[in-house]
Design a binder for this molecule. Structure first.
Ligand SMILES: Cc1cc2nc3c(=O)[nH]c(=O)nc-3n(C[C@H](O)[C@H](O)[C@H](O)COP(=O)(O)OP(=O)(O)OC[C@H]3O[C@@H](n4cnc5c(N)ncnc54)[C@H](O)[C@@H]3O)c2cc1C
Length: 443
């Protein structure tokens, strides 16, 4: 809510029934959370996955993204996989059903195009097979903490409150919600936060349209629309297609004045959702008028949420820096690799891309997942991990988030097996060996 309030009310102390006792609770069912829950479940832990929405996949399925980034590095023009494990399994399952295609070379990298609804279905199956119990439509809203440990989570479903006791917790909320509740330090600098976008899919696009419409050509067409008086906030965008006639569009930009809307303000997020829908319709008419092949196109579906690229970044034991990203730094405590460029959606109509040396990649240290201070039984994974703004602009993509989640889930399971209360103290070589055995790529 707004940080300015007019008054305060004091709630009476209240008893909350304990509904379950489990080993590990993963909060947030985006790709990071699903990765964490499956890895921990397969390792034999009793896992509860808590997700605020009615489906899994988070941004990748709620925002209707449509392309998985971060799996590959290009070596002499050929894609080489640098993120394996669960994301590879997910992609293989989607491909086997004709619901994904890739790798597709794009700019100086390669991506996988997928169907967001099919991804929701495959994630349901993978979670079920891993023996993970899931609660959807359920939010973590408070914590029970004792002696530097989280001992329970207070969950809310509709107007009902109930609690879960657990030994390890993984915050995969994207917004660092659990970490913030636990008092872990975090950053969210509104002046430099990346801008959100509303994503949507066109239907009715003429066959073959994308064969000749590259990024530069699209930009020229949308600049023409601006010159003709259409107030488009962004003219650089990504278009990709899995099926004839259907095109995913990543073209809108949602601002609050000259800065990003505050992802932690209910008022600003409400205005952002409404502005997102307005822009989707605005771009629909711009494409129809100015982009060849889109004359009969229409908005076939749009994300159920505005896409938030960046909100809280948790302060961890290791803060990944832009320098480490761009020089392809390696780490003795690596738990994942990434070669995605710094992709920064700032206030301009363009997007700022800063590429790594061709063929190179960096490693994500375990310390990015471990809070600098706060409860010893909490890990963070996904787009709220510990990184500078520019480094975050690289590691926030789907494949890297799932890889970080997989590592966090396995780390929490190892902590339980080895009787280690502070998960940050587990044996890293053991975690790395288990990840490698599970087909994760660590370099
Ligand atoms: C517009 C846009 C375009 C993008 N394009 C691409 C792209 O083309 N390819 C790519 O790979 N990446 C892309 N990304 C980035 C990528 O999609 C995300 O950074 C990544 O998926 C984040 O995964 P995550 O699991 O860390 O978080 P999220 O996907 O944000 O998942 C967090 C989950 O936690 C849940 N949650 C939050 N708070 C609570 C709570 N208190 N209790 C319970 N549940 C909670 C949310 O409902 C959500 O499902 C894009 C992002 C945006 C915004």
């Amino acid at each position: 809510m707004s940080k300015i309030h007019i008054d305060e009310i004091v709630l009476p102390a209240r008893e909350v029934p304990v509904w379950r006792e489990v080993d590990i609770v993963v909060v947030g069912g985006g790709l990071a959370g699903v990765g964490a829950a499956i890895a921990a479940g397969r390792a034999g832990a009793r896992v509860l996955l808590v997700e605020a929405q009615g489906f899994l996949g988070g941004t990748m399925t709620a925002v209707t993204v449509g392309s998985i980034c971060g799996e590959y590095v290009l070596e002499n023009g050929t894609p080489r996989r640098i993120v394996g494990g669960l994301i590879e399994e997910l992609v293989n399952r989607l491909m086997a059903r004709g619901e994904a295609r890739g790798p597709e070379c794009w700019l100086q990298t390669a991506t996988t195009i997928y169907d967001p609804f099919a991804m929701r279905c495959v994630l349901d199956e993978m979670i079920h097979e891993a023996g993970v119990e899931t609660l959807m439509h359920t939010r973590c809203i408070d914590l029970d903490q004792k002696e530097n440990r989280i001992t329970g989570l207070v969950l809310g479903f509709r107007s009902q409150l109930f609690a879960v006791r657990c030994r390890q917790i993984i915050d995969c909320t994207g917004d660092g919600e659990v970490a913030a509740l636990a008092g872990v330090p975090w950053e969210c600098d509104l002046e430099h936060l990346q801008m959100p976008s509303a994503m949507f899919r066109f239907g009715g696009v003429a066959p073959g349209t994308l064969d000749t419409l590259d990024r530069a050509a699209l930009r020229a067409r949308l600049e023409l629309a601006v010159a003709e008086g259409m107030d488009l906030p962004r003219t650089a965008g990504g278009l990709f297609s899995l099926r004839d006639g259907m095109v995913h569009a990543n073209v809108t930009r949602l601002e609050h004045g000259a800065r990003s809307p505050d992802p932690l303000s209910a008022e600003e997020m409400t205005a952002t959702e409404i502005e997102g829908r307005r822009q989707v319709k605005l771009y629909e008419s711009a494409f129809r008028r100015f982009v060849p092949g889109f004359e009969k196109a229409f908005v076939a579906d749009a994300g159920s949420l505005a896409g938030i690229r960046e909100s809280r970044r948790i302060c961890g034991r290791h803060v990944l820096t832009a320098d480490e990203v761009l020089r392809g730094a390696k780490s003795d405590t690596a738990i994942a690799c990434s070669a995605w460029p710094v992709e920064d959606h700032g206030a301009d109509r363009k997007t700022r891309w800063v590429w790594l040396e061709p063929g190179s990649y960096y490693q994500v240290p375990f310390g990015c997942l471990v809070p600098e201070r706060g409860p010893g039984n909490l890990l963070i994974a996904g787009r709220c991990v510990s990184a500078e703004h520019d480094a975050h602009a690289s590691l926030r993509v789907g494949a890297t988030c799932m890889a970080m989640g997989q590592a966090a889930g396995l780390a929490a399971a190892i902590a339980i097996d080895d009787g280690i209360a502070a998960v940050g103290a587990i044996a890293i070589d053991k975690l790395q060996a288990r990840l490698t055995a599970d087909q994760a790529f660590l370099g």
